[in-house]
Design a protein around this ligand. Structure first.
Ligand SMILES: Nc1nc2c(c(=O)[nH]1)N[C@H]1C(S)=C(S)[C@@H](COP(=O)(O)O)O[C@H]1N2
Ligand SMILES: [Mo]
Length: 525
């Protein structure tokens, strides 16, 4: 294997690829060990996730906007992927440095671990304990690099002594085998550790083990939507696995149900802490509500309707007794992430709730297990705190929340909007009857009364409306269009129950939600 071209001791194998591989493997093994250790306590201190969330938090809002526009919900996998790719390049460099001098490689790997540990320690809510996964990463990562380096040089010197070094850089089968076996063992160990970390997390809390109570105040019978009738239209009720997901997390949080509590504090008569069982004892309500993300662009995917089960937010607040100074509910999730909600809007009689169920199941982990806020009519970033653990009654003067600190609006009612689900932009369609269909929403604006469709800038014509679930729910609609050959522009707008017509004035999502009318081109043949 070895060639002493540049005066290195002949016992040291010179395969650059091999050494780059050592850097990669030792870094992966260290990272997997850190992830495993983090999974035992606080997954956020896992080296990869810690670096990833630090990058997310530090990303300026316009860049985030751009990423969401271009990658949608894939922004996170892309981010983790880029962080990982960058780290792996550096890991390979560390391996190459170690080939020259082991200490150099160790120094670079040590630096990587130090950065990840620093990221974990500066996470919101971090404690000194969050350094432990970093230490595990360092011990396993650096240790593995030393071991691999040693195996390689032993094999190489064994080769030099026994079978003769005269093989001119090719090395013998047995030396390569030794290095390969060592590398294989490390790769296997890394995989097992990463898998074990995931397994441990999954064992901790299982939404499927929760038995949901029957509602004291049930929602009405859910009507049949147009789902079966209009090809390509959004389902009236969106299944949990298809429901849009937007949050700052890189992982799917696993919150322990046994130790989970919800505390109401701040400007209250008495601080109250509720367990999950305490919630089950309260009056349980069931409501059909459509959530909408402020990042949704006109015609976008970040809006869906579901049936929620839970308790009234006002019932929870009343247990603590809200003081007279508060104008904000600052809600905090299990990890210290905060969302602020105007107190007057949350308590004005709308169906604001602490939800524990979604479409007949416990909340999925991705959607806030074991409990989240749901408030009709306000964008999710000021209302829909997932994995919620604390409601602090405070004022906007005293406290600000995650997105407020990033210049998003503080008070953000959902804007009336309509999405065309079918046809798709640039579709080629046969002439004759084409069914145009979609959904529209106007939560807390009296719901959707009417959707209108416009072809080629002509008159606005009424669409046929699907069932009206309630004013906080979206409504399906469709329009039979007699399509003639040529290229056509199709647009749709909604008129809400309070008599407002969806505005044509365009606004970007930042800072308080997109507006405008979706219009798309199709070709009829
Ligand atoms: N803890 C926490 N809750 C959160 C968020 C978050 O990042 N962290 N994102 C909010 C945003 S911006 C939206 S639009 C809704 C989305 O809820 P969903 O992912 O269940 O659709 O959750 C809200 N709740
Ligand atoms: Mo959102």
């Amino acid at each position: 294997m070895s060639t002493p071209h540049n005066g290195r001791p002949s016992g040291r194998p010179s395969g650059r690829l091999t050494w780059a591989g050592f850097g990669l493997l030792s870094t992966l093994a260290g990272t997997a060990a850190g992830h495993l250790v983090a999974s035992l306590d606080r997954i956020d201190s896992s080296p990869v996730l810690a670096v990833g969330s630090t990058v997310i938090d530090a990303t300026p809002t316009p860049v985030k906007e751009w990423a969401i526009r271009n990658f949608g919900t894939a922004d996170k996998p892309i981010l983790i992927g880029s962080v990982m790719a960058g780290v792996l390049v550096l890991a390979a460099v560390a391996g190459l440095l170690a080939r020259r001098r082991l200490a150099l490689g160790l120094a670079l790997e040590g630096l990587l671990v130090a950065v990840a540990t620093a990221a974990a320690l500066t996470n919101s809510g971090a404690t000194a304990g969050d350094a432990v996964p970093g230490i595990a990463t360092a011990v396993v990562g650096l240790g593995t690099l030393v071991l691999l380096a040693r195996t390689a040089s032993q094999q190489a010197s064994g080769t030099a002594d026994g079978e003769g070094a005269g093989t001119d850089g090719k090395g013998s089968g047995s030396s390569r085998r030794g290095v390969l076996v060592a590398a294989g063992v490390v790769a296997l160990a890394a995989t097992v550790m990463a898998g074990a970390g995931q397994l441990i997390r999954n064992l901790r809390a299982r939404p499927e083990d929760v038995t949901l109570p029957t509602p004291d105040d049930p929602a009405g019978a859910f009507p049949d939507g147009l789902d079966g009738q209009v090809d390509g239209i959004s389902p009236l009720r969106v299944p949990n696995e298809d429901f849009y997901r937007v949050d700052t997390r890189l992982d799917t949080p696993v919150v322990d149900l046994e130790s989970w509590t919800l505390t109401i504090d701040g400007d209250v008569d008495r601080e109250v802490t509720l367990t999950f069982d305490d919630l089950l004892e309260m009056e349980i309500i069931e409501r059909d509500i459509t959530l909408t993300c402020v990042s949704n662009s006109v015609g976008g995917e970040f809006v869906d309707g579901a049936r929620w089960l839970g308790v009234r937010l006002t019932d929870v607040l009343d247990m603590a007794g809200v003081g007279s100074r508060a104008d904000q509910i600052l809600s905090t999730d299990f990890d210290g992430m905060t969302i602020s909600t105007p107190l007057d809007l949350a308590t004005d009689g709308r169906d604001a709730m602490i939800a524990i169920g979604m479409n007949g199941e416990a909340l999925p982990r991705a959607h806030g297990f074991p409990a989240r806020m749901v408030i009709p009519g306000l964008y999710g970033f000021v209302s829909a705190t997932k994995w919620v653990t604390r409601l602090t009654l405070t004022t906007y003067d005293e406290a600000s929340a995650y997105w407020t600190d990033r210049d998003w609006a503080t008070d953000a009612p959902i804007k009336i909007s309509t999405r065309i689900d079918t046809p798709n932009a640039l579709d080629r369609l046969p002439a004759g009857e084409v069914v145009i269909g979609g959904v529209a929403w106007a939560q807390q604006r009296g719901g959707v009364d009417q959707v209108q469709v416009q072809v080629d800038g002509g008159p606005w014509r009424d669409a046929e409306m699907g069932p009206d679930v309630n004013n906080d729910y979206w409504r399906q609609w469709f329009f039979r269009w007699d399509a003639e050959p040529g290229s056509h522009a199709i647009a749709a707008r909604a008129i809400s129950g309070d008599g407002t017509t969806q505005t044509a004035v365009r606004a970007q999502p930042f800072p308080d939600g997109a507006s405008g009318i979706q219009s798309l081109m199709v070709t009829v043949e």
